[in-house]
Design a protein around this ligand. Structure first.
Ligand SMILES: Cc1cc2nc3c(=O)[nH]c(=O)nc-3n(C[C@H](O)[C@H](O)[C@H](O)COP(=O)(O)OP(=O)(O)OC[C@H]3O[C@@H](n4cnc5c(N)ncnc54)[C@H](O)[C@@H]3O)c2cc1C
Ligand code: FES
Length: 273
């Protein structure tokens, strides 16, 4: 990891947005040409996205093409993401990275569980896993059918796709984890990879322990520096920016009294999930 860390772009590269794609009513993908990052980033890693004049926030990479294009898929939730959603082609943003560890795609049969914008790194991971000849099942969950992120991108891939929506407007009515138990009953997987709301991740962890399948989840904590200095992203003995964001079952067992229970705000105060 040390050599890789030295190769990271640590100063924000200020680049024009090359295109913007509206994915759902609340989510857009912003593309920039950034071969320095797109050539080395792996599924699960993130960049720090500088919305100039507003804030710098962590974002998973959802697409990285050999031609240098880098895609970041962003849900509009607060100040920085709302300002970003106002930007268009030619407007400038900053990116630095890639940071953190990545999904281990070893094993032949992978199950991916994505809720909301958590599908962003998993869609990238599914494409890489398929290119390596793996079999991939994806459980895609959202509140409503129009919020199913990357549904058509996944439908074009050779994956087994299971859909759930909380209002029942597409697929199974309920949470992604309700589909999960049914899928685990019928098929044996080498690994589960999950990204989404932390309560979904905790439930997925509980199932993975019950069915004895190795799990990797992508965790979110408040990030300021992203290089291990500020401590804002701590969970138990780990810094999510350096030791994560991907946490495997053995590490999740060590943070059982925090994972799925509370997070921290920008001042470090505990917030229940
Ligand atoms: C490793 C990682 C990968 C992520 N990938 C994606 C992604 O692919 N797509 C996506 O839409 N979102 C992603 N996020 C979440 C994204 O960083 C927050 O939604 C964003 O920071 C919100 O900023 P805001 O100013 O719009 O909202 P605010 O109103 O400032 O905050 C809204 C909520 O966003 C979270 N947040 C705010 N600032 C930060 C910060 N500096 N670090 C971490 N969380 C913060 C907090 O939970 C906060 O309550 C990721 C977060 C992490 C840690
Ligand atoms: S964000 Fe500063 S230590 Fe992780």
């Amino acid at each position: 990891m040390d050599d890789l860390f030295r190769e990271v772009v640590h100063r924000p590269k200020v680049l024009p947005i090359s295109r913007v794609v509206k994915e759902t009513p609340t989510t857009k993908t912003f593309y920039v040409d950034c071969p320095d990052i797109s050539s080395k980033v792996r599924p699960g890693q993130f960049v720090m996205l500088w919305v100039i004049g507003t804030d710098e926030v962590p974002m998973s990479v959802s697409k990285a093409d050999k031609n240098g294009e880098l895609g970041l898929t962003v849900a509009k939730v607060g100040d920085a993401t709302a300002r970003l959603h106002e930007l268009g082609e030619g407007d400038q943003i900053g990116v630095r990275g890639p940071y953190g560890n990545w999904f281990d795609l070893s094993g032949n049969r992978l199950l991916m569980v994505g809720g909301g914008y958590g599908v962003a790194p998993l869609a990238f991971g599914a494409e890489v896993a398929l290119s390596e000849g793996k079999k991939v099942t994806v459980i895609l969950g959202a509140k409503t059918s129009d919020e199913l992120l990357f549904r058509s991108r996944l439908e074009k891939l050779d994956v087994e796709l299971k859909i759930s929506t909380e209002d029942g407007s597409a697929g199974v009515k309920g949470l992604a984890t309700e589909v999960l138990e049914d899928v685990l009953e019928r098929t044996k997987f080498d690994c589960i990879l999950a990204c989404g709301p932390e309560l979904m991740l905790k439930k997925t962890f509980d199932f993975s322990e019950e069915y004895k399948i190795p799990l990797q989840v992508s965790l979110e904590r408040m990030m300021k520096c992203s290089v291990g200095l500020c401590g804002s992203c701590c969970i138990g003995p780990y810094r999510v920016c350096l030791d994560g964001p991907i946490f495997s079952s053995d590490k999740l067992r060590k943070i059982k009294d925090e994972f799925g229970i509370f997070t921290r705000d920008a001042s470090g105060r505990k917030i229940g999930l």
